[in-house]
Design a protein around this ligand. Structure first.
Ligand code: SF4
Ligand code: SF4
Length: 414
């Protein structure tokens, strides 16, 4: 793709990077075939190729308008287009720059800006988000439907009955577990389940008090400065605990994909860059770590058939594929076939709140696809997908109305 970015922009690292990404796109349009928003809207501007043109135009002219805002807001950041693209276009990175440019332009009304500010100020902070969730649960019946479905129900997680053995000299490994900000509030049993699994294998688990958010939420909202401040706080919290650690584990793939990218995201910050690279290099999705441990797992004897939903942040963002499936099969589960497993469920961070109608449509289609094989349980690897799919109403069809729980796959291993 030919570009004509202003010299002032090309003088910056970001401008150079945007130019290189734009030039790598040969506008073949293959990516449209796997873009969930293109598939439901049928509009070129709601596909990756169209959005790449919109970002290019915005960067070239310096003008951000409501058309660009609308179509970039509708992007899920699922990065299915990156997996599909034969030219290796780094769409997610380009979108980051596009969204940051948009957020610095006067293209949003006051209400929109307030909602986005509120999300950044509440969701990543368990001490603010936790009481709100508790209140939401108490008055769920009085809430409008859109808010009611956003409140995490209690049954998404189960108390762990076999707590991890105390750390000791027999340790076969030592990991730092990131407890996550939303997950810690909504499904605390997931991290407890992991502690129990790792403890049984002799792996010590350490956690960090007040670890905070990874910065992913602010980054997706185009609030770069806010995101970097949040990342820096997490780095400061992790720094004293890194010596002797084999890996930093994340059970929420949405957090893992951001932290693995810290080296790039903070490369311009000479004071933080070395620590950012170290943390990124140590970070593993829990599937990667468990997949490398020897021995077998057992299944929950009350469940057999599993419909697996790989979050976009795991399959497209981290490119971790096939590992959870292997572990679940080893444990004795039968994985039912699921069509269009590459498509996003519509959760996509704050997308399910900010683009609720599209998110509901995608969630409904995904839940139907997951239920088609008559599973006992739906399993996934990210708190956002778990909440969204739990609230989704499947499209009408045989067997689709059964209430099948959506669980984190870690909770299915014994
Ligand atoms: S598939 Fe890749 S090269 Fe082709 S239009 Fe999409 S982003 Fe551009
Ligand atoms: S990130 Fe997802 S929604 Fe956005 S353009 Fe790519 S495939 Fe489409």
């Amino acid at each position: 793709m030919r570009t004509d970015l202003p010299l002032a922009l090309l003088g910056s690292d970001e401008g150079q990077r945007a130019d290189a990404i734009l030039r790598s796109c040969v506008h073949c349009g293959f990516c449209n075939a796997t873009c969930p928003t293109y598939l439901i809207e049928g509009d070129e501007l709601d596909g990756p190729r169209g959005r790449i043109y919109l970002i290019k135009e915005m960067l070239e002219t310096g003008i951000a308008d409501t058309v660009t805002r609308t179509h970039l807001d509708r992007c899920l950041t699922c990065r299915a287009c990156e997996t599909t693209c034969p030219s290796g276009v780094k769409y997610g990175e380009l979108l980051e720059l596009g969204r940051e440019t948009l957020e610095n332009a006067p293209v949003r009304g006051l209400r929109d800006r307030l909602v986005r500010w509120g999300l950044r100020r509440i969701v990543p902070y368990p001490r603010r988000f936790g009481p709100l969730v508790a209140l939401g649960r108490a008055v769920r019946g009085l809430l409008p439907r859109r808010l009611r479905t956003a409140v995490p129900p209690r049954f998404l997680t189960q108390p762990v009955t076999n707590p991890a053995p105390a750390p000791g000299p027999r340790a076969a490994g030592r990991v730092l577990l990131l407890e996550g900000c939303v997950q810690r509030v909504a499904t605390p049993g997931v991290n407890d389940a992991l502690r129990a699994l790792l403890g049984a294998r002799g792996v010590d688990v350490v956690t960090v008090r007040d670890e905070g958010c990874c910065g992913g939420l602010a980054l997706h909202l185009g609030a770069r400065a806010d995101a970097e401040a949040t990342m820096s706080r997490l780095l400061d919290a992790l720094a004293p605990h890194l010596d002797g650690i084999d890996a930093i584990l994340s059970t929420a793939s949405g957090c893992g994909v951001t932290i693995k990218d810290y080296g790039r995201l903070l490369a311009h910050d000479s004071a933080r860059a070395p620590l950012a690279r170290r943390v990124a290099a140590l970070t593993r999705d829990v599937a990667e770590y468990l997949g490398a441990l020897s021995g077998d797992w057992a299944r929950d004897p009350t469940l057999k058939r599993v419909a697996w939903h790989p979050p976009c942040t795991l399959q497209h963002g981290q490119r971790v594929t096939g590992v959870v499936e292997r572990l679940l099969r080893q444990a004795g589960y039968e994985l039912v076939p699921v069509v269009d497993a590459h498509l996003c469920c519509g959760s996509a961070g704050t997308y399910s709140l900010l683009e609720a109608a599209r998110a509901e449509r995608l969630g409904s289609a995904k839940r139907s696809a997951l239920l088609a094989g008559a599973p006992d349980v739906i399993a996934t690897a990210n708190i956002g997908c778990q909440l969204h799919l739990s609230a989704a109403e499947p499209a009408a069809g045989p067997g689709n109305h059964q209430r099948v729980a959506v669980r984190h796959w870690i909770e299915l291993l014994r």
